[in-house]
Design a protein around this ligand. Structure first.
Ligand SMILES: Cc1cc2nc3c(=O)[nH]c(=O)nc-3n(C[C@H](O)[C@H](O)[C@H](O)COP(=O)(O)OP(=O)(O)OC[C@H]3O[C@@H](n4cnc5c(N)ncnc54)[C@H](O)[C@@H]3O)c2cc1C
Length: 387
């Protein structure tokens, strides 16, 4: 189905992204990232240079000034995931969807001036640390504390599963600044790599996205100056997270659609090429029926996402709508990828084939950014009239 949300500027930008991929997301580069367990800084700097990251950073701070217009980011996801570089797409996503927005939309003027120009170039990479060993879905159960002292805070605690946590220079960190678990008991602090007492645990080994690092972080009496408190106001952390979560969830839905579309394209090509019983795989009615389902699912995903993208642009994408987008698109992604792996036969299980890697990368989409059960909980509560 023809999509109509992009104009000439978007398509010109798509060419830039394709050019970048040709140069920097080669098979050799992907192998290098997988072996290292992280995307190298040179690639991130090149992405900054080409204007692929920092898209929502205002122009006055050296970014593309897209703020609420997520269409350019969507193109980055479509092309990078479409090229089989899911880990790179993940690293771009953490920078642009999870770290930069807190500073663009909620940072103080000083924080914007200090961090944004270098976040747009890739010189400063960010991460977002909410999850702890004992608290993921139940974020108000976190234990990391930030105690007010003269001129700042002393932070103690630990975080886990933090994407880009090893490579990040700054980590927007969800901490307790008050007693109990009321929403105003939490704040967001920017922790800087190298601060005394801020340590990284082992790089976590994952089933997919091998080229994108996932970290354990620990904080032992880390002094964080008060100018690193997001928005400069204590007790706003929970509300600030809630403000950005719709974007995070929209972005995961989009990554899901991009992966489903990529798998669809690889599978159509593969089944036209491969033969069994003297016929092409695509000549079996079963294959055509399965592909008809896949193609229709991908069309519907984009139709839904394009509406959500425009709603986000107009500031109208609610938390409940973003939750629907996230769980529905990533559940469909999973079904599509499973079908596509199956249609590849044994090769679908071999990670040299992009469909196998995409399948492994996709599994976490139903877990992070809030599990799909929590997404249904958010939607279900609204239906039931509960807050
Ligand atoms: C690769 C990867 C990258 C990640 N990146 C980041 C990151 O950058 N920053 C960050 O902060 N976090 C990150 N996470 C953490 C992720 O967001 C959490 O893992 C996720 O929110 C689930 O939390 P949990 O693992 O503690 O599971 P739990 O909360 O323990 O949940 C376990 C199971 O119980 C279910 N469950 C829990 N509560 C309910 C309920 N009320 N109703 C029904 N079912 C429920 C869940 O859906 C799940 O199936 C990442 C995780 C992974 C695996």
């Amino acid at each position: 189905m023809q999509r109509d949300i992009y104009d000439e500027d978007h398509e010109a930008f798509r060419d830039v992204v394709k050019e970048f991929i040709k140069r920097y997301a080669t098979a050799e580069a992907r192998e290098r990232w997988d072996a290292a367990g992280e995307i190298d800084r040179e690639t991130m700097l090149a992405a900054g240079e080409s204007g692929l990251i920092g898209l929502s950073v205002p122009e006055e701070f050296g970014g593309a000034g897209m703020l609420q217009d997520y269409r350019f980011r969507t193109i980055v996801n479509e092309e990078v995931i479409g090229a089989g570089a899911g880990s790179l797409a993940g690293a771009f996503g953490i920078q642009d969807d999870l770290a930069v927005p807190y500073i663009v939309h909620m940072g103080t003027q000083e924080q914007k001036e200090k961090w944004l120009p270098r976040m747009a170039t890739g010189e400063v990479l960010g991460a977002l640390a909410m999850t702890e060993p004992g608290a993921g879905s139940d974020l108000r159960g976190i234990k990391t504390t930030a105690k007010k002292v003269d001129g700042g805070y002393i932070v103690n605690g630990a975080k886990t599963f933090i994407s880009s946590g090893n490579t990040a220079d700054i980590v927007v960190t969800f901490v307790k600044t008050g007693e109990g678990n009321r929403p105003d008991a939490f704040s967001l602090l920017i922790l800087e790599n190298g601060m005394e007492g801020f340590d990284h645990g082992k790089k976590l080994k994952k089933m997919g996205s091998h080229g994108h690092d996932t970290a354990e972080l620990s904080f032992s009496d880390v002094f964080v100056p008060e100018e690193n408190l997001i928005s400069g106001k204590e007790g706003q952390g929970f509300i600030q997270l809630m403000m950005n979560l719709p974007l995070e969830r929209l972005s995961i839905g989009i990554a899901g659609a991009a992966a489903a579309q990529a798998a669809m394209n690889w599978t159509i090509a593969y089944t036209k090429d491969r033969e069994a019983f003297g016929e092409r795989i695509i000549d079996f009615q079963n294959t055509r029926f399965k592909l008809a389902d896949v193609v229709t699912t991908v069309d519907v995903m984009w139709a839904y996402l394009d509406r959500a993208l425009l709603a986000y642009k107009d500031g109208k994408l609610t938390a409940e709508e973003a939750a629907k987008v996230k769980f529905w698109c990533t559940d469909r992604e999973w079904e599509v990828l499973d079908t596509c792996v199956q249609l590849h036969g044994g090769y679908g299980y071999i990670t040299e084939y992009p469909v196998a890697q995409a399948f492994l990368d996709a599994r976490v989409h139903r877990i992070y950014g809030g599990t799909n059960e929590i997404m249904r909980e958010i939607v279900g509560r609204q239906i039931a009239g509960k807050r």
